[in-house]
Design a protein. Structure first.
Lengths: 291, 291
């Protein structure tokens, strides 16, 4: 059976209100293996240093909705069987995963590999990238949830690499009954995830991989290494505790069980690359020199 | 007066015997501002994991000489007035700086912004990237020095950011009488370098910028952050102590005094980017999955 894998490049940054996601998305696309199928890039306005508006409880609501519609339009046109999404912030997986659940008529499990649960709503927070899994399940802001024609059932969702969250988030995750495999449970086995996958009976899986699930001591291209951040900028925010090798093993173990039809890689923040890019711009001969 | 600035991309890695310089050079070229003039890339064999041969005291001597000749050929063909070199290891500046000293008939000062002096010879070490400044002055292995038709006079050379070295290196640097501005002397002033520049009377300067002059705490894309390096891998090796902002200031201050006709950026080792590239290759759907 021939299948069509679409690669979707979405250097969205407004969902996390952080300009560096835009460049991080471009570099991620450059770093990725060559695509086997078609490649489409969602048009995202370049950051220009101006502040994004808070619109009815969500920063950059209208810009994010426009990017959501553009993504949907590409999906309608391409009609892929499988999708690789290169973000951008976590919100980039909303349209693609919603599409896949329709495409497979509900026969889709969702593995959310992330240090954070992404089930906030505008009542709790203003950045839409922290709401995307909630939206896929049908929770949260109507502008976003109404784009999910067929919500993912909570029992078809599992977290990997999550281990702690805010009281509000715990409450939502427990109310929805979302499963969770902590980093310690995944050190040398993927069994908790495999067991859940089998229990769902799903033959297809979409995997959201937020790079911040990786231990920031091992990998610095994450928000926790933001240059010049105030010392308390990430106070209380759980840091990833998995290694890259563990994530690679987990995803390959999953792929042996079911058909991986979606994979989103998100939240790439390559601070060193940004620093060197900016430095080169400021040098004589190669750049513009001193401003 | 119209001038021609050539951008030379040389992802050479054999001079430091480290495969990561190759990818680091490619990423550096991608990160750099768009070139205003012609761009040429020196053909460099891709690393394939096999060990490089030690040839008469220098690792990969023949491969390095071939890349040197290729660079010379490009320079002969392009006849640029100015050159931006994007390495690769430090050795990439050999042919371009030798060309510039001929092009300006000896009216060339050389500012060596580096945590290391690069004046070793095969008697002391086997990696040619640690010999390049010596070669430019006329010291070291004849295969390399004979390519420098007009050696740089030692009084036309100054180090910036250097502050310590091995006894052998101290001996050579002192014998040659090479000047040196330490990181502490350059914290908020470029004066030591400006004074030297004026003393040379040179109207042109070529600047070698080894990224390892940057403090590795600020910037991790350097050899000191090599993943899985043994704890003593860099014992005794001086680490850079400058900030990027200090280097940018220094180079712009220099550019106000004399014409910057050469700028080489070298030794970019983007470990995070390499890790993510390799990880993506090992994932299902986007890569080949588990080997």
């Amino acid at each position: 059976m021939s299948t069509k894998t679409l690669r979707l490049q979405i250097p969205q940054w407004q969902g996390g209100n952080l300009e560096a996601y835009h460049f991080g998305g471009q570099l991620l696309a450059w770093l990725a293996p060559a695509a086997a199928g078609p490649v489409a890039t969602v048009e995202v306005p370049e950051p220009d240093g101006s502040e994004l508006p808070l619109e009815d409880g969500i920063v950059a609501r209208s810009a994010l909705l426009r990017q959501l519609y553009s993504t949907e339009e590409i999906l309608r046109k391409e009609m892929p069987d499988r999708i690789v999404v290169l973000g951008g912030d976590c919100l980039v997986d909303l349209a693609p995963f919603a599409y896949l659940n329709e495409r497979y008529e509900g026969d889709l499990a969702v593995l959310w590999v992330d240090a954070h649960p992404d089930v906030m709503t505008p009542q709790h927070f203003v950045h839409a990238h922290a709401m995307v899994l909630g939206n896929l399940i049908g929770e949260g802001d109507p502008d976003f949830t109404r784009r999910v024609a067929r919500p993912i059932k909570p029992e078809k969702v599992m977290y990997a690499g999550l281990y702690d969250m805010s009281p509000t988030e715990w409450e939502i995750v427990e109310r929805l009954g979302l499963r969770m495999a902590t980093p310690s449970q995944l050190i040398d086995s993927s069994q908790p995830v495999i067991d859940w996958l089998r229990s769902t009976g799903a033959r297809h899986v979409a995997i959201h991989f937020d790079l911040d699930v990786i231990d920031p001591v091992q990998f610095r291209s994450l928000n926790f290494s933001m240059p010049n951040a105030p010392p308390d900028a990430f106070a209380g925010v759980p840091r990833g505790r998995m290694t890259m090798a563990q994530v690679v093993r987990l995803l390959n173990d999953v792929a042996e069980q079911v058909d991986v039809v979606g994979l989103g890689i998100t939240e790439h923040l390559p601070w060193d690359a940004i620093a060197i890019r900016d430095m080169l711009r400021g040098l004589p001969l190669i750049g513009e020199g001193r401003a």
